[in-house]
Design a protein. Structure first.
Length: 188
């Protein structure tokens, strides 16, 4: 029975530093995509730091597994945290022929990751802004400047009025507090 599996070992560099050795039976492009987009069970890598990826195709799964362990213990890449031995190797395997990995999707992946990072940072900034506004509202509630209902509505954050109130507080305008109080039918 003939198998179409390819047994691949690959190495990833940041600059001139070898940082990771891996193996895969799936297409290498899929495996690298998994690293970059942080799929479960795959080591996360930073696309902007990768200077090159090299790979070698081996004839069997056993050879692939052996070479991965061999190179991890020979070169001790920092991102390979498992399978490292403290002892020095006492055997030498023949050196593999390494080829450069390239994909036409690299630029697309960089853009997708940059956009994802930008959205993550925006969510972090929104969260920080909300936490700051929450502290302000808690202080205002403690000082009886707003009612319990206004404070609860603000914390709920599901009403357009509470979102408007949060942003007005964050931007330093307190005028919407009185209009919010009158529109919700409560008094301060």
């Amino acid at each position: 029975m003939q198998q179409n599996n390819r047994f691949i070992i690959y190495r990833i560099f940041y600059g001139d530093t070898l940082v990771y050795i891996g193996r895969t039976k799936q297409p290498l492009q899929s495996r690298i995509h998994g690293h970059l987009f942080k799929n479960p069970m795959q080591r996360s890598l930073f696309i902007d730091q990768i200077s090159r990826i090299e790979y070698a195709v081996l004839p069997s799964e056993a050879d692939m597994n052996l070479y991965e362990l061999y190179y991890i213990n020979l070169w001790k890449p920092p991102l390979n945290v498992d399978d490292k031995s403290k002892d020095a190797l006492t055997v030498r395997l023949p050196e593999l022929q390494w080829d450069n990995f390239t994909t036409p999707l690299w630029t697309k992946w960089q853009k997708e990751i940059a956009e994802s990072d930008k959205q993550y940072k925006m969510r972090q900034q929104e969260k920080a802004a909300f936490e700051a506004a929450k502290r302000i509202m808690h202080r205002r509630f403690a000082c009886n400047e707003i009612t319990e209902n206004q404070y609860a509505d603000f914390l709920d954050q599901n009403t357009p009025e509470s979102k408007a109130l949060m942003w007005s507080l964050y931007l330093g305008s307190m005028k919407s507090t009185s209009s919010f109080a009158s529109s919700s039918g409560t008094n301060t």
